[in-house]
Design a protein around this ligand. Sequence first.
Ligand SMILES: [Zn+2]
Length: 81
Amino acid sequence: MDRVFHDGESLLAGMIARRMRRVTYSCAFCGEDNEVFVDPSGGRRQVFTEDCTVCCRPNLITLTIEDDGEVLLDAAQEYEA
Ligand SMILES: [Zn+2]
């Protein structure tokens, strides 16, 4: 019994339906932690720019919502060569 399927998944689906989740990423420029809100209605894969709250430089955020509701987030420097 290494995973609880039914309870875990319905709980997660309810969480996603009810409210946006917060995910933390490290700024690609200064490394400080930032929080972004995940809006599941925006799709399974979302790419957007977030300005770092510390250094104000733009992070290109790639966000992927997996089948199990897990959120993967990647932050990159927007004007990378
Ligand atoms: Zn920063």
